[in-house]
Write a protein that binds this ligand. Structure first.
Ligand SMILES: *[C@@H]1O[C@H](CO)[C@@H](O)[C@H](O)[C@H]1NC(C)=O
Ligand SMILES: *[C@@H]1O[C@H](CO)[C@@H](O)[C@H](O)[C@H]1NC(C)=O
Ligand SMILES: *[C@@H]1O[C@H](CO)[C@@H](O)[C@H](O)[C@H]1NC(C)=O
Length: 198
C-alpha cells in the first residue's frame, strides 16, 4: 500500500483524486479488486444535475400519538428517568398532514426513532425519514437527523439527505409544537423545512 500511495502521490496533483485513490486503496485491502473497478469520476449531467440547486420550502404538520387505540408511536425502551425521558427509545410512524387538524390531507409519514439523549432536560435524538406520498413528491424522502429539545419554542434540525426529488438534499427544519396533550399523549408539531436540492 505504501508503495502504490507514493506512486499515485507523485503522479497526481489533484487532491480530490488522491483522496479517492486512498479510499480505493483501503477498500482494496478488503476486497482484492483494482481501484478502477468500483469508482469513477462522472459527469454531473449524466445524473441530470445540470440544473442549478433550488431552495424548496415545505410546511407539514407531524402527528404523534403514544397511546389510545391507534398509537402512531411505540416506546421500545423505557427511560431511566421519567422527567428527562433519558434512555427512552420510541419508534414512530407519524402522519404528516397539510394542515393542523389530523383529518386534513395526509401528504406522507415521518418514520423513524426518537430517543431521550439528554439527562438534564427532554432532548431527543431524532432520526427520521419524511416519506412523501402525494403528487410529484410521491416516493421521495427527506432524511432528518437532529436534536429536539421539545420545551424550546423552535427547534432546528439538519436535513442530511434525501431521495427521489430530494437527491443530494441538504438543509434544515424548524419544528414548533402546536399542541401537546400529556393526558392523551397526542402532539402536533409544525415542521417548516428549507431544502436545497436539484
Ligand atoms: C416511570 O413511570 C412509570 C409509570 O408511572 C413507572 O412504572 C416507572 O417505574 C418509572 N420509572 C422510573 C425510572 O422512575
Ligand atoms: C375534520 O374534523 C372536524 C371535527 O373534528 C370536522 O368539523 C371537519 O369537517 C373535518 N374535516 C374533514 C376534511 O373531514
Ligand atoms: C404513489 O406511488 C405509489 C407507488 O408508485 C402508487 O401506488 C400510489 O398510487 C401513488 N400515490 C399517489 C397519491 O399518487
Amino acid at each position: 500500500m505504501a508503495a502504490s500511495f507514493m506512486y499515485y502521490a507523485h503522479n497526481n496533483h489533484n487532491m480530490t483524486n488522491l483522496i479517492l485513490i486512498l479510499a480505493a486503496q483501503i477498500f482494496l485491502l478488503a476486497a482484492d479488486a483494482s481501484p478502477g473497478d468500483f469508482a469513477r469520476t462522472m459527469n454531473q449531467k449524466q445524473l441530470g444535475l445540470h440544473n442549478k440547486e433550488k431552495l424548496t420550502h415545505l410546511r407539514v404538520y407531524w402527528h404523534d400519538s403514544v397511546s389510545g387505540r391507534n398509537p402512531s408511536t411505540v416506546m421500545i425502551q423505557q427511560p431511566v428517568s421519567n422527567s428527562s425521558l433519558f434512555g427512552s427509545i420510541s419508534m414512530m410512524d407519524d402522519a404528516l398532514t397539510l394542515d393542523m387538524p389530523r383529518n386534513s390531507t395526509v401528504v406522507g409519514y415521518a418514520q423513524g426513532i426518537y430517543a431521550g439523549a439528554a439527562q438534564e432536560e427532554i432532548g431527543f435524538l431524532m432520526v427520521m425519514n419524511f416519506a412523501f406520498k402525494t403528487g410529484k413528491y410521491n416516493g421521495s424522502t427527506l432524511a432528518i437527523l437532529g436534536r429536539n429539545t421539545v420545551r424550546l419554542k423552535v427547534r432546528e434540525m439538519p436535513v442530511v439527505g434525501g431521495s427521489g426529488i430530494f437527491r443530494f438534499a441538504r438543509g434544515y427544519v424548524e419544528a414548533q409544537t402546536k399542541l401537546f396533550d400529556p393526558k392523551s399523549g397526542v402532539a402536533i408539531v409544525e415542521y417548516n423545512c428549507y431544502i436545497l436540492h436539484y
